[in-house]
Design a protein around this ligand. Structure first.
Ligand SMILES: CC(C)(COP(=O)(O)OP(=O)(O)OC[C@H]1O[C@@H](n2cnc3c(N)ncnc32)[C@H](O)[C@@H]1OP(=O)(O)O)[C@@H](O)C(=O)NCCC(=O)NCCS
Length: 404
């Protein structure tokens, strides 16, 4: 029977589309789950694959803005909830979903799409390149000394959902302007997702939210869970899992991480999604004790190469890129990139690469020299990768603080 792919037209269809990926989590969405999901994205941004009137696959996109180097942002599809039922896998259903989703995103004006991939083999063929890395840490409580001790002067308060929904977003927005790869959070997202204490998603006790104030002003926030446990003789084996710490200034970072690490009744602090250039490497006296483990961050797909490249900032220089794009042919061709942006050119190219490679360097998380060393780009003129890196270099690693 033929498969038809189209946007969901009802919350029932949304529930069924979500249930394709939920099948692999071993869960099943009810109407109330689909209604909650519908608060975060437009129904018609979730595509469903139908066999007759049965939904056998789904793929969704959130309407985000994604921060880019230089403090700006681009409209971007935050791709999520992609799944095809095991009864229909490897028949091209996912390919059809991706084709519809990218065409729809382009029509809506998205310049890029980004996502966290469940497996690295899935998205490259559709033009996504790995664009950032992140790290997980596991720090024993007796190894949290800072290299440069200081006298904390900030005040930390536990805040409830209402207050955190008012004071956390402006702090997040400050960091959004500092780091590429973050996404905008709607009011609903804050209230029903990041700050919401969903009992099914706890890692220990309830979700805790704290606000750091410096000179009476909000300066940073942290969200964490406490899981208490007791070992032989009644010694605490408690674990604090830190979900998110947002600190727009170095002082706030030092104050808030110190406050977190001074937590009593704890044997270990865990955090999973930290940027590679995290302050802790310099703050801690023994950074090795964090056991920082690097993992993939977001994958980026430029939907409109010219407009997306023009939306980020550059250093001095100029480079001509020959870009291949098998899935969105309109991006293919030669692009001259300068601090003024990107424009089509017929001039000879300095570097040739696939659109996945452009996605990898877009946020500043990878360099052209890494692409060349990894057989993802070819230099056509002397020192082309070095010159491209000088143009594209950013002084901060990209960071996406939350899986969507
Ligand atoms: C990943 C998934 C969506 C793929 O769906 P599908 O309908 O089987 O994929 P398609 O048949 O359209 O495959 C398209 C291509 O991708 C390849 N492919 C798909 N999934 C792959 C995987 N997990 N690993 C390697 N290759 C994969 C196919 O072999 C095919 O290659 P081809 O174009 O060279 O023939 C589906 O297997 C699934 O739901 N997996 C579990 C949930 C999941 O991982 N979702 C993604 C969340 S980020």
């Amino acid at each position: 029977m033929d498969i038809e792919v189209r946007p969901c037209a009802s919350v029932e269809e949304l529930r069924d589309a979500l249930n394709a990926i939920s099948h692999y989590f071993g869960t099943e969405n009810q109407m109330e789950d689909a209604e909650r999901f519908a608060r975060w994205t437009e129904l018609e941004r979730v595509h469903a694959a139908f066999e007759g009137d049965r939904v056998i696959g789904g793929a969704g996109a959130f309407s985000y803005r994604m921060s880019v180097p230089g403090g700006g942002s681009v409209p971007a599809a935050g791709v999520s909830v992609v799944g095809v039922l095991p009864t229909h896998r490897r028949r091209g259903v996912f390919r059809s979903l991706m084709r519809e989703q990218l065409a729809d995103s382009r029509e809506r004006g998205d310049l890029a799409a980004f996502l966290f991939a469940s497996e690295g083999m899935i998205y490259g063929r559709f033009g996504y390149g790995l664009a950032s890395r992140m790290g997980g840490v596991s720090l024993p409580s007796e190894r949290t000394s800072f290299a440069v001790p200081f006298e904390p002067r900030g005040a930390v308060r536990i805040v409830d959902l209402d207050e955190s929904a008012r004071v956390f977003p402006p702090l997040y927005e400050q960091v959004f302007a500092q780091r590429a790869g973050m996404f905008t959070r709607s009011k609903e997202w804050w209230e029903t997702r990041r700050l919401f204490d969903d009992p099914a998603r706890r890692r220990g006790g309830p979700k805790m939210r704290v606000l750091l104030e410096l000179d009476g002003e909000p300066a940073g926030y942290a969200i964490y869970f406490v899981k208490q446990d007791w070992g032989a003789g009644g010694a605490s084996k408690g674990v604090v899992t830190i979900l998110e710490v947002v600190t727009p200034t170095p002082e706030a970072a030092r104050e808030l991480w110190r406050w977190l690490f001074d937590f009593d009744w704890t044997s270990e602090f865990n955090a999973n999604m930290l940027p590679l250039d995290h302050e802790l490497f310099m703050l801690l006296a023994e950074p090795r004790r964090m056991q920082f483990t690097i993992n993939e961050g977001v994958w980026v797909r430029l939907i409109d190469v010219g407009a997306a490249l023009s939306a980020r900032s550059y250093n001095d220089g100029e480079i001509v890129l020959e870009v291949e794009d098998a899935f969105l042919a309109e991006n293919a061709g030669r692009w001259r990139v300068t601090p003024a942006g990107a424009e089509r050119t017929h001039d000879a190219a300095d570097l040739s690469l696939d659109v996945t490679g452009v996605g990898s360097v877009y946020l500043g998380g990878f360099s052209f020299r890494e692409l060349v060393r990894g057989a993802r780009a070819e230099e056509l003129t002397e020192d082309a990768a070095e010159r491209a890196d000088a143009l594209f270099h950013t002084d901060r690693e990209p960071w996406c603080a939350e899986i969507f």
